[in-house]
Design a protein around this ligand. Structure first.
Ligand code: NAP
Length: 292
């Protein structure tokens, strides 16, 4: 059984980006720049954004973190995004989700200039993805594809079972795995909360991508011997014995599932790190398209 170590695969991506940015700097051009907007003080969001900023620093990207109070109006948030859209020094814009309830996620995503949509959530990006055109691929599915490629996990002709159909993970993941490209060409089954016989469907999967957000949902009796299991889930489970009072759990019961698999991602240390790698690649791509 191969552990698909996100530290190793993401390091390879980050190091390549670092080298590219060094080359850009040598030519005297401005550096790629990512702007992140963080609203309120959700602990998990704080952690994610801090990690994104840290990786920008490491690669040599510029970064701007804009913190806004959680009572900001939708119009004010859109005005901030518009400023970033019009700022030629900014290549990528991300608005950390989730948003406060009074703000429409869809309106915010639509406000971002598609040329700077490094999260790949804008309908223009999604439309291009569906048509197989070059675009910004949402960072988590992109990171998973980079991981499959890094560890040379072949996908052609395999049956992939994706649990979850969200716009940020499950849906784009299913599109990528079914697309006609080297790490695609799977036959894909997409499962969701209304799927009957989920256990039986999972048992048919040569590749299982678990992205439902239910801690340790996928058990050993749902996984075929030799399957590849990609665990996207991140759930904080209270644990008074843990230093922080909680532990991070994936969607897969790792200890019982891992021995049945041919390859599996750990949580933490798996897909989460690849998500950052995907985002960083998108930022450089945005720079190359519009940066001078
Ligand atoms: P989401 O928007 O809540 O979507 C969850 C999906 O799972 C939905 O499509 C839902 O079905 C389906 N689902 C829920 N319960 C189910 C069940 N019992 N059986 C089958 N399907 C079920 O979540 P998300 O944003 O995609 O995120 C999923 C998980 O990945 C979360 O734990 C999140 O924290 C994590 N995540 C991790 C990363 C990373 O970098 N590692 C990035 C993003 C998200 P319906 O459509 O029918 O409701």
């Amino acid at each position: 059984m191969l552990i698909l170590d996100g530290k190793i695969a993401s390091r390879a991506v980050i190091d390549t980006l670092k080298t590219e940015v060094e080359q850009i700097k040598l030519t005297g051009k401005r550096t790629p720049h990512l702007a992140a907007i963080l609203i309120g003080n959700n602990g998990a969001s704080e952690t994610y954004v801090a990690s994104k900023v840290k990786h920008c620093d490491e690669i040599g990207f510029g970064s701007t973190l804009i913190r806004l109070a959680d009572n900001i109006s939708e119009a004010e948030l859109i005005a901030t995004i518009t400023e970033l859209n019009n700022n030629d020094a900014i290549d990528g814009i991300l608005v950390q989700l989730p948003l406060p309830k009074h703000i429409s996620e869809q309106n915010i995503i639509m406000a971002i200039n598609p040329a700077k949509d490094v999260d790949g959530f804008h309908p223009v990006s999604v439309g291009k993805l569906v048509q197989g055109l070059p675009t910004f691929i949402p960072a988590t599915p992109y990171g998973i594809m980079l991981m499959l490629e890094h560890f040379n996990i072949t996908t052609k002709g395999k049956h992939a079972v994706v649990i979850g159909r969200s716009n940020i993970v499950g849906r784009p993941m299913s599109i990528l795995l079914s697309s006609n490209q080297p790490y695609g060409n799977c036959t894909v089954t997409v499962c969701h909360s209304h799927t009957p016989n989920l256990n039986e469907i999972c048992l048919q999967g040569d590749i299982i991508v678990a992205a439902l957000g239910r801690a340790e949902f996928v058990k050993a009796n749902m996984v075929k011997e030799g399957a590849v299991v990609i665990d996207v889930g991140i759930t904080r489970v209270e644990d008074p014995t843990a230093k922080k009072g909680y532990r991070i759990k994936g969607d897969v019961a790792y200890n019982e599932v891992a021995p049945r698999t041919s390859a599996i991602t750990p949580v933490p240390g798996g897909v989460g790190l690849m998500t950052i790698a995907g985002l960083m690649k998108n930022t450089l791509q945005a720079y190359k398209a519009i940066g001078k």
